[in-house]
Design a protein around this ligand. Structure first.
Ligand code: ATP
Length: 219
C-alpha cells in the first residue's frame, strides 16, 4: 500500500490542503493520504493554536466523503514535541508493508535543514514537494541543504532526485491556491467571512465553537 503523509498544523485545515493532497494522490498513485495534525509544532507559535481535538475534528469533517483520505492522531497522542522523523519511524513499524510518501509545500521544504534528523527522513520515505504560491519554483536541487546533497543524484532532471537508499524527492506543480491558515485566522479575528476558502463543514465547526475570534478563547 502506498500511503501519502501530509503533516501540518491544520489551524484550521483549508481547501488548499485538500486540493494538494488530492493532486499528489492522483499523480503519485497513492492509495491513501494520511493527514497528521501536529500536537506541538516545533516551528510555530502557540498563541492562536486551536486545541488538537478541535484541529483533528476539523480535518475529520474536511475529509469526510473522500475514501482515500484519513486523519491520524499519532502526533497528538504522543507526549512532547512532534518531529516528522519520529512519526515516520513509528508508522513504518506499525504498518510494515506500506511505502510512505511525505508531502510538503515549498515553504515547508525551505526550512527542511532545521528539521530533526532530516537526512535520515530522506532515507525513510519518498518526498513530494509541491508548489505553493506566492513562492517561486526554484529547482529542487538548489533547495536541498548542502549537507544532504551528497546523498542524492539526479533521477531524470534537477526536479527529481534519488537518495542513496533509492527513495526519491520530486517536485510537483499543483493548482495555485493562495490560501493560508494564517490569513483565515486573520479574517476570523476581524469577523470576516471564510466561505469558499474552507469546506462548509469546517466553516460551520469554527462558527459553532467560536474558534479564532480573539474574543473567545478556543480550548
Ligand atoms: P499557517 O498559515 O498557520 O502557517 P498553513 O496554511 O501553511 O498554516 P500548515 O498546516 O502549516 O498550513 O500546512 C501543512 C502543509 O500544507 C505544509 O506542507 C504546507 O506547505 C502545505 N500547504 C499549506 N497551504 C498550502 C497552499 N496554499 N498551497 C500548497 N501547499 C500548502
Amino acid at each position: 500500500m502506498r500511503i501519502g503523509i501530509l503533516g501540518g498544523t491544520f489551524n484550521p485545515v483549508h481547501l488548499a490542503h485538500l486540493r494538494s493532497a488530492e493532486e499528489v494522490r492522483e499523480a503519485q498513485q497513492l492509495d491513501r493520504v494520511l493527514f497528521i495534525p501536529s500536537a506541538n509544532p516545533p516551528h510555530k507559535s502557540r498563541s492562536d493554536l486551536a486545541s488538537a481535538a478541535h484541529r483533528i475534528a476539523m480535518v475529520r469533517r474536511a475529509i469526510a466523503g473522500n475514501p482515500a483520505f484519513r486523519v491520524s492522531s499519532i502526533e497528538t497522542e504522543r507526549r512532547g514535541r512532534s518531529y516528522s522523523v519520529d512519526t515516520l519511524r513509528l508508522l513504518s513499524r506499525q504498518t510494515r508493508r506500506a511505502e510512505f510518501t511525505f508531502i510538503l509545500g515549498l515553504d515547508a521544504f525551505h526550512d527542511i535543514g532545521t528539521w530533526k534528523e532530516y537526512r535520515e527522513l530522506f532515507g525513510l520515505c519518498d518526498v513530494v514537494v509541491t508548489s505553493r504560491p506566492p513562492h517561486a519554483n526554484p529547482p529542487l536541487n538548489t533547495l536541498l541543504p548542502v549537507a544532504a546533497q551528497k546523498d542524492f543524484c539526479y533521477l531524470r532532471n534537477i526536479n527529481e532526485l534519488e537518495h542513496k537508499t533509492g527513495h526519491r524527492i520530486v517536485f510537483q506543480e499543483i493548482s495555485g491556491l493562495e490560501i493560508s491558515a494564517t490569513s483565515l485566522r486573520e479574517h476570523l479575528a476581524r469577523g470576516q467571512s471564510i466561505k469558499y476558502l474552507v469546506p462548509a463543514s469546517v466553516e460551520r465547526y469554527i462558527a459553532a465553537h467560536r474558534l479564532y475570534s480573539r474574543r473567545t478563547k478556543s480550548t
